[in-house]
Ligand binder design. Sequence first.
Ligand SMILES: Cc1ncc(C[n+]2csc(CCOP(=O)(O)OP(=O)(O)O)c2C)c(N)n1
Ligand SMILES: [Mg+2]
Length: 396
Amino acid sequence: MTVESSAARKPRRSAAGKTGTAGTGRSTRSTVKQGTEPELVQLLTPEGKRVKNAEFDAYVAGITPDELRGLYRDMVLTRRFDAEATALQRQGELGLWASLLGQEAAQIGSGRATREDDYVFPTYREHGVAWCRGVDPTNLLGMFRGVNNGGWDPNGNNFHLYTIVIGSQTLHATGYAMGVAKDGADSAVIAYFGDGASSQGDVAESFTFSAVYNAPVVFFCQNNQWAISEPTEKQTRVPLYQRAQGYGFPGVRVDGNDVLACLAVTRWALERARNGEGPTLVEAFTYRMGAHTTSDDPTRYRHDDERVAWEAKDPILRLRAYLESSNHADEGFFAELESESEALGKRVREAVRAMPDPDRFAIFENVYADGHALVDEERAQFAAYQASFADAQGGN
Ligand SMILES: Cc1ncc(C[n+]2csc(CCOP(=O)(O)OP(=O)(O)O)c2C)c(N)n1
Ligand SMILES: [Mg+2]
């Protein structure tokens, strides 16, 4: 099969001065001895200590204190926004909310690795990535309030609408990436999905197509250990990142609670895509600290000590520890961020409450481009139903 895509694209050297790892290498990560944990790329320990990594240090070598504080700010504000959305659901202002609590580093690290011209395909939990792409957080809430079908223009920030059909966006991303390659652009595409989604046929098909067509796509799997009530052990017999090997592209497991490692690994994977080296699977090993959504009660299926163990690996606390120990941030910075968080919470609350109710008949629009007799019939039935309330009120 001819791989037109890679031929059309210009190889580019990385800013870090090294080219990506070609082919299906990374044999050191490809096998797991029985009883041992697979290697995890980590640059910041849970205690906030910076550790060296021969392969990935280069990708964050030039990071400035200002940028480190920026990553911290991103994570804090994203968590604050998420907490506000959860509270708004509890107050009846939203119908549902899918919290990202615990996954801030995976999302901010990978999101900040993307370039403006890259294209992002999220699931329904990528509030941190949306933040990095410049989508106003209040726009994420319309769908969860039930007042619109999305809330932002996907082409405004190259951030696709949230996708609820598990795994389907990996196919959209693959097709989009194949198109990018045909255009001869050196942009990359990144598709987010979960550990549970990895069991979907769509994801397997995406891996096959992207590998064979050498598509410039990064598959970013947030393994948050749970797919609603199903643990990852029910999804796979091998660590998820190893799936890539069977398709012929590299897979890496990164500490998903380490924002620096996520930034470095995603930069590397995106660079591979830009260099015409094809897809990469990144498995961000993290934890869903909260419920699956506000409709879920995790105490029914998991022990609290598991969550407590992961709290010790909190992504925000470890970066704070590093910022403090390296004198990259002072009390003033943290205090200012606290007020900024409060202001964001207030802005989100006010924006949600001010969202106008949609036109009740809008649901019948955009079903068919040219209309349909059945939709017309349903619209008429609904109109009659609505009118019956007016009669009832009139009779009282
Ligand atoms: C095709 C499809 N099947 C089932 C569902 C119901 N569903 C919603 S979320 C979910 C679990 C997804 O788990 P995972 O991929 O690990 O993502 P997470 O929610 O943990 O971020 C399921 C099964 C769905 N939305 N789409
Ligand atoms: Mg999951």
